[in-house]
Ligand binder design. Structure first.
Ligand SMILES: C[S@@+](CC[C@H](N)C(=O)[O-])C[C@H]1O[C@@H](n2cnc3c(N)ncnc32)[C@H](O)[C@@H]1O
Length: 173
């Protein structure tokens, strides 16, 4: 009985500590909102319509992995790569993927250090101030025909081929 109580108390303390770390990190670093399920549904439709033959999907700034995991579930044949510069968010994303057995390459990286030359679909949900520099990187690195989906914050110079609610869809020419 005592061992069971000790175990329950220990588990509770670990979860409370994890929860506190996540909350404090979220307050300090901010902008970790996951893409909502309605928008995720629109992203899935866009992938089916514009890039059915894609073999990979890159989530640039994946936070705790919510969107990446949903995309992998809907498109199991896609290789999903997801990056964030927050180590805590990446640890959470990896644990989450482990729990649901989703095979996703999560990595702690600055998105500006990631080679995007092989990417078929790139997704972003970032601050506006990141977009001008990211536009230059994508212009330089993406292959012709790659699809870029930007949520809310859009690129300053690129012309979207379509806009669906908060989603701006671009095709690299
Ligand atoms: C709003 S969240 C997006 C979450 C996820 N893409 C989704 O849709 O569910 C934005 C994330 O981008 C990350 N981020 C911002 N700038 C970054 C950079 N230069 N390199 C890597 N991650 C970055 C932040 O840490 C944050 O977790």
């Amino acid at each position: 009985m005592n061992i069971l109580l000790l175990f329950l108390y220990g588990s509770f303390s670990v979860f409370t500590l994890l929860f506190l770390i996540i909350m404090i990190e979220s307050l300090l670093r901010g902008h970790d909102l996951p893409t909502n399920s309605k928008t995720t549904e629109s992203i899935c439709k866009i992938i089916s319509e514009y890039k059915r033959e894609a073999s990979n999907f890159y989530d640039l700034g994946c936070a705790r992995g919510a969107l990446a995991i949903r995309i992998k579930r809907r498109f199991p044949n896609l290789s999903v790569y997801a990056f964030d510069n927050s180590g805590i968010r990446i640890v959470c994303a990896k644990l989450r993927a482990l729990l649901v057995r989703a095979d996703i390459r999560f990595a702690q990286e600055n998105i500006f250090d990631v080679d995007l030359g092989n990417s078929d679909i790139v997704y972003t949900y970032l601050w506006y101030d990141t977009m001008p520099l990211l536009e230059k990187k994508l212009q330089k690195e993406l292959k012709k025909g790659a699809l870029v989906i930007a949520n809310t914050s859009h690129f300053p110079n690129w012309e979207p081929i379509k806009q669906i609610e908060t989603l701006f869809i671009y095709r690299k020419t």
